[in-house]
Design a protein around this ligand. Structure first.
Ligand code: GLV
Ligand code: MN
Ligand code: MN
Length: 421
């Protein structure tokens, strides 16, 4: 075995070991990639993995009342420096979205210790529950509940596609659903939150092709809307085209309306990624269709304007077909600009490009309550939320080094003072 004095080798080996531990968890044999959802079997395995990794490092792990995990280096207390991300995925997602931030935070703790850093403030690695909303539909559920952005009664009543409520799923996972909700004491402990994440587009390459890491500037406003289109269920063979009230036809036009509306606003995106016809038979004209619209653009009012345009078009088309349309907003995420003091500090420490993102993150939710920053790791293809999501190991290790540098800088800092702003 080659003997080397490069301290980075230990980090590389740990990265590869953790990555290979995670590689088999929650693979989706039907969709490809990973399906890891709140409180399912994969999620339980990932939580156990996290607890074991924390224990190996002598970090004290706690599960908060909303199912978020915290591994503490030092006594939990005020002004804590928190790094982390999430372990769940979208249905059929990639390996990096979420786990890269958790693995990197654990490795940053290792690196800080290897450098002999003893932080003057508590440090924690956090994993937030159901960041993708892949099971219960509401993204960043754990951080929203923690920060009070979501009413716990609304959350408890959310149901997964099989009809299981969040309350029941949480109870089966050992949580007390009655205790879910705002956690002001825990929130007050967070002095700063830094989330490292794989980049989910190709802005990093455009900004500076040689850079493996960037600092995040902010997140565009975004939200999810559920449209239920109701027509008349009927026989596919005996119902003349002129006699049909077919909600699938309107759903198909809704997909096109979303594309058209987004095209009309520079930088807007609107997506229908999920559609469920009822009853869903090949020889059956559906009686109703539910479809989910994801729209993202500028500030919240800009996003709402795009959605209004889509909904108005769908309503008009539905009227012509004799169908009805109901619209419910499932989530709203306002535009976020990350804390300017923290951002400036990261930029000064790292000297890397700064980029915005169209993707949602727990950092966006927490950023409304505590100083928050993000780091992005280069994604050569820009593909994300799909099995092809990828980041090179060297770039991931550059991310770990960047996060370590940031945590080292901040871990020695007193509470960031107003005169820095
Ligand atoms: C989460 O990654 C989202 O942007 O929806
Ligand atoms: Mn994601
Ligand atoms: Mn993510």
């Amino acid at each position: 075995m080659a003997v080397t004095k490069d301290p980075g080798d230990a980090t590389r080996r740990s990265f590869e070991a953790m990555w290979s531990d995670l590689a088999g968890v929650g693979r989706d044999p039907v969709r490809g990639g990973y399906s890891r959802h709140a409180f399912d079997d994969a999620d339980r395995t990932l939580r156990e993995w996290f607890a074991a990794e924390a224990a190996r490092r002598d970090l004290d792990v706690e599960t908060d009342r909303n199912g978020n995990l915290w591994a503490w280096w030092g006594e939990p207390g005020p002004d804590a420096l928190v790094a982390g991300s999430h372990l769940d995925s979208v249905p059929g997602g990639g390996a990096f979205d979420g786990p890269l931030g958790v693995v990197s935070a654990l490795l940053a703790v290792d690196e800080l210790r290897a450098r002999g850093v003893s932080p003057t403030r508590p440090v924690a690695v956090a994993c937030f529950a159901e960041e993708e909303g892949g099971r219960f539909g509401l993204p960043c559920l754990g951080s929203r509940l923690l920060s009070g952005a979501t009413d716990p009664d609304v959350a408890r009543a959310l149901r997964d596609p099989d009809g299981v409520s969040l309350a029941d799923a949480a109870r089966r996972a050992g949580l007390d659903p009655d205790r879910m909700g705002p956690d002001p004491d825990r929130l007050a402990r967070i002095g700063a939150f830094v989330e490292l994440h794989v980049e989910q587009g190709r802005l990093l390459g455009i900004e500076d092709p040689s850079a493996a890491v960037a600092v995040g500037t902010g997140i565009v406003a975004h939200g999810r809307w559920r449209l239920t289109i109701t027509g008349q269920g009927n026989h596919a063979g005996t119902t003349a085209i002129a006699d049909r009230r077919d909600p699938m036809v309107i759903a198909a036009q809704a997909v096109l309306a979303a594309r058209d509306a987004a095209r009309g606003h520079d930088g807007a995106v609107a997506t229908v990624g999920r559609m469920v016809p009822n009853p869903g038979g090949t020889n059956v004209i559906a009686s109703s269709v539910r479809l989910w619209l994801d729209a993202r653009y500028g500030a919240a009012a800009d996003t709402a304007a795009v959605v209004d345009q889509i909904v108005a078009r769908v309503r008009q088309l539905a009227r012509n077909e004799g169908c009805a349309v109901e619209v419910a907003q499932e989530s709203a995420s306002p535009a976020v600009t990350f804390d300017p003091v923290l951002r400036r500090r990261l930029a000064a420490t790292l000297r890397v490009p700064e980029i915005p993102t169209g993707a949602g993150h727990d950092a966006g939710v927490l950023g409304e309550r505590v100083p928050t920053a993000m780091l992005f790791v280069r994604n050569p293809s820009g593909i994300s939320h799909a099995p092809g999501e990828h980041a090179e190991t060297d770039d991931c290790l550059a991310g770990v080094r960047a996060l370590t540098a940031v945590l080292q800088d901040l871990s020695m800092a007193d509470r960031m003072s107003a005169d820095e702003s």
